[in-house]
Design a protein around this ligand. Structure first.
Ligand SMILES: Cc1ncc(COP(=O)(O)O)c(C=O)c1O
Length: 396
């Protein structure tokens, strides 16, 4: 069967990680990965997670299957985290939530559900977007809406809005709630307000990817777009991930929330979501969902977790400032201050592919082509080396 088949291309970012691992140079720096790293370069297990696991191991009596939409104690606190505990859509019971295998699982299940009910829809994705989005929505025709503007190092909001104003009713618009991957640039609240008004007027269906709650401004501030969109009464989907903000990468824990105009429609939507999940993976892995539910329900653990999320966010913001200051101190030409206006782990640095290749070949600093870096790969120990190397690359 495979004899005449060409091998599929390797995943670009995972390929970069393999090359980094194989590099024996002691100064090597990996700015390509998509995971949080602490000051010593580790992707840590959060203390709140360790504590929750102790509780869970002591209490666990069975490895029986979960229900199709996942852990029962998960949906309510997770919904409150996503939309805000007092959100009217929750009181009106217009939101249903399934616990899924990661944010990817949530997006994929959502795509499958939409394929059944909106088979003729086009999916609109930001230019650029997370590379996996295109594959996840492969069953749909896709179009791009303008987003990142390299000439001005920011979002071309007028162009974005103009395009979204022409999206037909019933098409699907994929939005990043915060910490846009890969650019790092997010809309301001008043821009979200304008976009929400366009969604409500045009009646396209927002599908919000919410993978980084807590990594931009804070757990509450980061839900601005999701909460506003859910107020409109539109049908809407939200795929959230607990890989980053709970550090549960390999436990595969996320959620798909369906927002509907009424309680009745939300109930019907959930019944169909269950049929989709049943044939895809039957029911999700339990451990990650139990950890999230345990932390969110326990006052002490929740406070500890919120402080740990704030700590990750503060470290990334500090690295952004140190990078900008380090480049300025070294007289590197160009204004890099836009890096401090971006959110989350990622930054489009504006470094050309020639510079990216040089930094990798000569300095063992690994970045994704296009100049996206993960700020969490920087530490107070390697930042001077990275700034010196960028200065040399741009001078040469
Ligand atoms: C924008 C975006 N969406 C979704 C995901 C998926 O997250 P998960 O690892 O939970 O599947 C990621 C992970 O990198 C992401 O960057």
């Amino acid at each position: 069967m495979w004899h005449n088949v060409q091998a599929a291309p390797a995943d670009v970012i995972l390929g970069l990680t393999e090359a980094f691992r194989a590099d024996a140079n002691p100064h090597k720096v990996n700015l390509g990965v998509g995971v949080y790293k602490d000051e010593v370069g580790l992707t840590p297990i959060l203390q709140a997670v360790k504590e929750a696991e102790k509780i869970l191991v002591a209490a666990e009596v069975s490895k029986n299957y979960l229900p199709i939409p996942g852990e029962v104690s998960f949906a309510v606190p997770v919904r409150e985290l996503i939309f805000g505990a007092g959100h009217p859509a929750l009181h009106e019971k217009r939101v249903v939530t399934a616990h899924t295998p990661g944010g990817t699982g949530a997006l994929r299940v959502g795509a499958e559900l939409l394929r059944k009910f909106l088979p003729k829809a086009t999916v609109w994705i930001s230019n650029p977007t997370w590379s996996n989005h295109k594959g996840i929505f492969a069953a749909f025709p896709q179009k791009e809406y303008p987003y990142y503007d390299p000439a001005h190092m920011g979002i071309d909001f007028p162009a974005m809005l103009e395009t979204l104003n022409q999206v037909p009713a019933g098409d699907i618009v994929l939005l990043h709630a915060c910490c846009h991957n890969p650019s790092g640039f997010d809309l301001q609240p008043q821009q979200w307000d304008e976009l929400v008004a366009v969604a409500a007027a045009r009646k396209w269906l927002p599908f919000v990817d919410f993978a980084y709650q807590g990594f931009a401004q804070g757990l509450a501030d980061d839900r601005y777009a999701v909460a506003k969109l859910a107020e409109t009464g539109l049908d809407m989907l939200v795929a959230s991930s607990y890989s980053k903000n709970f550090g549960l990468y390999n436990e595969r824990c996320g959620a798909l929330s369906l927002v509907a105009p009424s309680e009745h429609e939300a109930t019907v939507a959930m019944s169909h979501l269950k049929t989709v999940i049943r044939v895809l993976y039957s029911n999700p892995p339990a451990h990650g969902g139990l950890i999230v539910a345990t932390i969110l329900a326990n006052q002490g653990l929740r406070a500890l977790w919120e402080e740990e999320v704030a700590g990750m966010r503060r470290r990334i913001v500090e690295m952004r400032h140190l990078l900008v200051e380090g480049l300025k101190e070294r007289g590197v030409s160009g204004d890099f201050s836009f890096i401090t206006r971006q959110n989350g782990m990622f930054s489009y640095t504006g470094l050309s592919d020639r510079v990216v290749d040089w930094l990798r070949g000569e300095k063992h600093i690994y970045m994704v082509a296009g100049g996206r870096i993960n700020l969490a790969g920087l530490t107070t120990k390697n930042i001077a080396y990275v700034c010196d190397s960028i200065r040399q690359a741009l001078a040469g």
